[in-house]
Design a protein around this ligand. Sequence first.
Ligand code: ATP
Length: 379
Amino acid sequence: MTKTHKITVMPGDGIGPEVTAEAIKVIEATGLSFEYLECSVGGEEYLRSGTALPDEAIETVNDSEVVLFGAVGHESVPDYITREVLILLRMEKDTYANVRPLKKYHIGKTENEYASKDIDIVIVRDNAEGFSLTHEGRLENSIGTDQRIITNFGAKRIIRHAFKYAEENHRKKVTCVDQHNWLYSDKLFRKNFLEVSRNISSIESKGLPVDVVAMMISRSPEDFDVIVTPNLYGDILTGIVLSKIGGVGMAPTACIGNNFAYFEPVHGTAWDIAGKRTANPIASILSAGLMLRWLGEEKEAWYVKTAVKELLAEGKVLTPDLGGCSSTSDLGNAVARRVLEMETERRELEDQLIDLNEGTIYAQRESIHTYKRFDVIRS
Ligand code: ATP
């Protein structure tokens, strides 16, 4: 029997609902079974009900293993109010590993047209420590203060997460980015990096200061593989890489804890384009693909990633930020259609193989073998 995945959906504010709707369209096309629990949270919800995070939403999140998130924030609502939603998802649910795959998709070009310069960086950013959401700073008279905390426990677990990610995804190199020359919290981060990496010989490791990496990554982003870093540097480096991969509409995020994870686009509410049907849904669609992978649905996660790659290479359905004039839902529909075609294609091949099986047991064994091989090739 097919498993039904229960997913909490929090579209939130601004373009959050528009892009999340497209992500759901795409995962529906995989043919997997989902049950959605939709929660209204954020600035609009605050203006409606007086709270950005209603009790039902807290209960739903506490009963969930996975959340598909849009964005929260509203110009008429102070940030500290909408931040409650992020404090729940990040701090209370302890989703310490913020994994950001930043890949350059070739738009309107095939991969072969770009020989070597491929950008495929994964930033593993600490979501729990550094300038954390719960260590809020202060502004008193003419003095602004922020508190930055890094602990052995927090540093070690995010660094271990980065190496585990690198191992599981056949990555070759992990770079630790910090400012250990003069910040004490970063000295601790680097010390932990050296301790963890000392025991891992299969992956190259290196520590570099953030100012040097900012220069190197702007010049040759293709030289970087996995980066592990405290949260603020992770944000800044993400911004630099985004400028080289087609902008903020292209980057997905997985925020992973021990028994809970949430998935969101790197971009925020982008109110300036909300309701205009021009938002690029790719970041949200790719985030949903990361969610499928986290749920163990490897094949379907592969469909999503590959459908996006093929469509962008075709270059016919593109939102304005990518140089096209298609709408948010045109692009979402096109990705969903491609995912559906892939699944249909696979099923047809499976049926042909079952037909073949009507011969001898030997033939059946052969075709099962072929089918398995087919799956391996596709994933
Ligand atoms: P927030 O305050 O919630 O972070 P923001 O609007 O300040 O939101 P982003 O949402 O990251 O910041 O967006 C910055 C700008 O990038 C937006 O003003 C918008 O023009 C553009 N942008 C963001 N997301 C997209 C998208 N998915 N498609 C197209 N353009 C986008």
